[in-house]
Design a protein around this ligand. Structure first.
Ligand SMILES: Cc1cc2nc3c(=O)[nH]c(=O)nc-3n(C[C@H](O)[C@H](O)[C@H](O)COP(=O)(O)OP(=O)(O)OC[C@H]3O[C@@H](n4cnc5c(N)ncnc54)[C@H](O)[C@@H]3O)c2cc1C
Length: 510
């Protein structure tokens, strides 16, 4: 069958999702005959939060071919080695979910099995001591991986970024417009559907202008202007697994050098984030309004800031879950219009990125073959399912029972996938990763161990090496991690030397 290529794409929305999509399409389609337009409304604005990322964003930046130091400067960015979870297992407890691994695997067996075996023999050093990212984070240090140090932990430093979301969108806008994307300012008032196919034909702005396209990417945020308001796709509500439904966000003044990690502190009916940037600190309180009032949530947020608040808190409401179809007819939802699972593990920007990657693999022609659409929806749902289960683990595996909220969370329902993961770890310390699952074995291990799940056993092969040999290797790894941390500069010095943002960031704004 002859291919009838898509000739025009309209991206609806210019938040992080809209501009990431525009930048990627502009880069990938390059000089091909594809008209890429984006419409956004300054009057409506963007959600304006979304400041912490995970390491996969490096792949997105690499695909765009952007210079990392320039990107960090332009977004007031800092580096992120992981997330510190404070008060999650119990009040007063803290652990870090790092981006790098623990120790090094031996004889094909994951490192932590040797540590578990040593623990049973009375070894006292905690697992986090074997992870360079955790030690460096606690010491406020940062370095990019050193290419010629492959045999040292310094050669394997995994990291992500923390940045100002509005500056990120502005940065990508300059990138996309520079590569031919046309931006239209205006508020969409109506959507026109084809009476026969039900496909979206075009959108009409308040000023009467109509924009038509073959393919529409809905990046309009929670409102889901096309995917929901026009196509009535439906929403799968995940509140029974992820009960938080509100957030208050507020920036505060920096009071010291920015830490190279995000902090998530559990509160009585939710949790509070702290994301340090070069020019300020982003803060927010994510909570369940069934268990706490907005006023009390705001008080908790404002009385737990490192420095003075820079404005009044911004209130956000959401329902965790996702559209019943992420791609429906000729409309693909990317970003908050597709779904939201709360920001505990900074996954939303990654879900935008993976949505774009899947779109590139399954990019349609004007026939919009249902096989491609179904595959996109199947793979996206699978990714959402796995992320949800990882988030649920944080809430459910807690010793906290000091509030109604935490007592509720301790009894959250388990999916088969999560039940299987828990049983595997509890029995013999094994962690497994499904194909295409976002979070790897190290991430699961970090949170399982951090939340206090203790395995009864370990991999049987670890006894083959002999206790003395294992002890010697553990000491050697510990020494290498500590020596590596000593060689790293402070996070603040690294930024000052490589990518300090100019005092007047306006220089960089669109
Ligand atoms: C509390 C909270 C914390 C978060 N923290 C993180 C985090 O740390 N890390 C992370 O990865 N993600 C985080 N996220 C998610 C992240 O903010 C979003 O995934 C990201 O900002 C993408 O948003 P968006 O572009 O889909 O929507 P929005 O930013 O809401 O953009 C929607 C766009 O659509 C336009 N629009 C809407 N209606 C119309 C109309 N009628 N006409 C014209 N234009 C219209 C708007 O003008 C805007 O440009 C967080 C989200 C929340 C709610």
């Amino acid at each position: 069958m002859p291919v009838d290529p898509i000739r025009s794409v309209l991206i609806v929305g210019g938040g992080t999702a809209g501009w990431m999509t525009a930048a990627a399409l502009a880069k990938i389609f390059g000089d091909q005959a594809l008209d890429i337009r984006l419409v956004e409304s300054e009057q409506i604005g963007t959600v304006g939060v979304g400041e912490a990322t995970i390491p996969q964003i490096l792949l997105f930046n690499r695909m765009l071919g952007i210079d990392e130091n320039e990107f960090v400067r332009a977004t007031q960015g800092t580096f992120k080695l992981g997330i510190e979870f404070v008060n999650w297992r119990r009040e007063g407890h803290s652990y870090i979910h790092p981006f790098g691994s623990y120790g090094s695997d031996m004889d094909g067996v994951m490192f932590h099995h040797f540590w578990l075996h040593a623990r049973q023999r009375g070894y006292e050093v905690d697992l986090p001591e074997f992870c360079l990212q955790i030690i460096a984070a606690r010491q406020g240090k940062f370095l990019r991986p050193v290419p010629d140090a492959r045999n040292s932990p310094l050669g394997h430093i995994a990291y992500a970024f923390q940045f100002d979301a509005s500056l990120y969108a502005a940065y990508l806008r300059r990138y996309a417009e520079g590569r031919g994307v046309t931006r239209t300012e205006g508020r969409i008032a109506n959507t026109r559907l084809d009476p026969e196919t039900g496909h979206v034909q075009g959108v009409q702005l308040e000023n009467g202008e109509t924009i038509e396209a073959d393919f529409f990417i809905d990046c309009s945020g929670f409102r889901g202007l096309l995917i929901e308001q026009a196509l009535k796709t439906g929403y799968e509500d995940w509140s029974s697994w992820l009960p938080c439904n509100s957030a208050l966000a507020v920036p505060s003044e920096n009071t010291g050098p920015p830490s190279p990690y995000t902090r998530a502190t559990a509160r009585k009916a939710g949790w509070q984030w702290r994301i340090p940037l070069q020019h300020r600190t982003g803060n927010g309180h994510v909570y369940c309004s069934d268990h706490i009032s907005d006023d009390e949530a705001a008080n908790i947020l404002l009385s737990n800031l490192d420095g003075p608040a820079l404005r009044d808190p911004l209130q956000l409401r959401f329902t965790t879950g996702h559209r019943k179809k992420f791609w429906n007819k000729n409309v693909l939802a990317i970003g908050l219009s597709a779904g939201f699972m709360e920001p505990l593990e900074s996954t939303s920007i990654h879900l935008i990125q993976s949505g774009i990657a899947r779109l590139m693999t399954l990019f349609p022609d004007r026939a919009f073959n249902p096989v491609d659409i179904d595959e996109y929806n199947r793979l996206t749902l699978q990714e959402y399912d796995y992320v949800r289960d990882f988030l649920v683990l944080h809430y459910r595996q807690t010793e906290r029972d000091d509030s109604e909220f935490w007592r509720y969370c301790r009894n959250l329902p388990l999916t088969d996938h999560l039940a299987r993961k828990l049983a595997l770890y509890q029995t013999n310390g094994r962690v497994s990763r499904e194909k295409d699952e976002l979070f790897n074995e190290t991430s699961w291990l970090a949170v399982l161990d951090g939340q206090g799940v203790v395995p009864q056993g370990h991999h049987p092969l670890v006894t083959g090496l002999g206790d003395a040999e294992v002890d010697a290797r553990l000491e050697q790894i510990l020494g290498a991690v500590r020596a590596s941390a000593r060689q790293m500069p402070s996070h603040a010095d690294f930024i000052a030397n490589q990518c300090a943002a100019p005092a007047d960031i306006q220089l960089f704004q669109a």
